[in-house]
Structure formats: C-alpha cells, structure tokens
Design a protein around this ligand. Sequence first.
Ligand code: CP
Length: 329
Amino acid sequence: MSVASLSGQHLLSIEDLDAEGIEEILEVAEAFGEVEKRSVRKVPTLKGKVVASLFFEESTRTRLSFETAAKRLSADVLSLAVASSSVKKGESLRDTVETIEAMGIDAVVLRHSSAGAPEQVARWVERARVINAGDGSHQHPTQALIDLFTLRQALASAQGRSSEGSGLSIFDGLEILIIGDIRHSRVARSQIQAYTTAGATVSVAAPGTLLPTDLEGWPVKVVDDVDEAVRHADVVSLLRMQEERGSGSFVPSLHEFTMTHGMSEARAANLKPGALMTHPGPMVRGIEIASRVADDPRCLVRQQVANGVPVRMAVLFLALSSSSGGEDG
Ligand code: CP
C-alpha cells in the first residue's frame, strides 16, 4: 500500500511511496546535497541515533554511501561484517536482527540475497525502521530514487533551470528504455515503478530468456528492435548481467548478449540528441556497456554514485523522523 510520505516508515519497496512521497525525498535530498558542498560535511540531524548496516550480499556503493550518509547526519553506525560474524556459526537472520536491535538501534539498512528478507525483518523489529538496500531480484528502492534524482538534475540542467522544487513534471512523457537482464534485476523492478509513478513511459529490451516470466501486467512495453528503440529513447538505463544469479546460463554466450543488447559505441552514436544513459553499477565494461561509452559524458554513472549520499541521507532522515518509540530527529 502506498503512503504519502516516508516519515517514520520503513522503506521496503518503491511501492511504499506515491508521487508525493517520492517528491518529498528528492527535495530533502536537494537540501542535503548542499551539506555535501560545505567545508564541514556534517549536520547534527541524527545525533544520538544508531544505524545498523547489515549486508549479507556484496556491495560497494550502497553500503559505503549509506554509511557515509548516516555519518554525515551524525548518527552512530554499527556495521556488521557478516563474513566474520556469528552468522557463520549458524545464527539465523531473525536472531541476528533481534540481537542487534537489543543494542538499541534506530534503523537497519539491509541487503540480502533473499527477496522479501527486509519485509520479514520489518515484522521482527520492535522499533527500528528497516531500509531495503537490495533484496534478491525483488527491490532496490534507494537506487531508483537516486536514478530519479540524478535524471531530474541532469534534465533540469539541460533546460537551464534548477531541479530544486521542480517536482516530477520533468518526467511527464519522458521515454525511458531499460536494456539488459530485466529478469534478475531488482533495480529494473524499482526503476519501472519509480519512473511510471513519476509520469515517464518505460520500455524494456532484453533477450527473451532475460525477460521476467510475470511481465504481463507490468506497466512497460517490450521492444524487440534494440537499435530502433535506442534512437527514440530520452533515457537509456543499462543493467549488469547478474552472474551471481546465473544470468550467463540464460543466453548462448555473453559475447552474443553484448552483440544483441550491449551499449556499443555504434549504438551510443545513434542515441538521439540530448539523450542520457544511466547504469546503477557495478558496470562490467565490455559486456553491457562499452568502456568508452561508460566514460561518455552522456552516461551519468558517476553522478548516480555521488548522489547516493544525499539521497540516502534523505531516506534515513525521513524514515527516522517521528519514528515510533524514539524521539523526533
Ligand atoms: N548499485 C548497487 O547497488 O551497487 P552495489 O552492489 O555496489 O551496492
């Protein structure tokens, strides 16, 4: 069920947010973006709060940017090194979470390879807010918020105006094409919901085996001709082949995937003027994106990473505001 605002709530899925809720996060992130420009990049907003960072699956940018965001807000960060924790002795997820909550945490940032793990954890915690940092192939809500925030900034800048206070109208009628391993991608699932809520039209292109089996009912158009679709899109969102989820076995070869669906230099040359590309990272250069295209200024991957901090500051701030059982931040 959608709620208008993230205030005091868990963030488990983009479906938790309606357009107003998304807009609120983007605006708070704009304000926290200003903190990033100061000589002392820290505010006391979450002083006294404790954020636990629980990553049961590998991560570079999500983990580091959540932990940086919490520290910028002056929260204390408990970072569980899963590989050297009692999880390795057989402790269950529930016992791990309940143990950490007993230490008096206010938020749990959770990445897990099992879809639905954050929902389960949200049922087990008594007072902490749960933020989904990626669960299996299910959801990666903060990545979709970062992508919206980054695109809003880039599109507004191209129009010579500020993104701050610009709402979501810039996405009205925008044609977004998502290419790659849609089947295994939590980013694609979150992006599709976020982009359509914002007013964009979303198409997807993938080898048939890398399309989700439950695609009927999704608010997307499936395109077969990648080259033609690339020529018309305002934004092309690229996705990594999820080798850890066995994606390679869904195509004859990675080379063939690159030929049919990779963003080669030749394809990038056919993008329409002003078109932008996104990639949530980590990129596998030479597979879904040619190395030169990854470094092309139309590819916003570095801006996406940089925006991870203010967007996650906004998410932590809102989720911990007026949270049950705690003092307001
Ligand atoms: N985009 C993303 O989730 O990257 P990490 O796996 O490095 O966190």
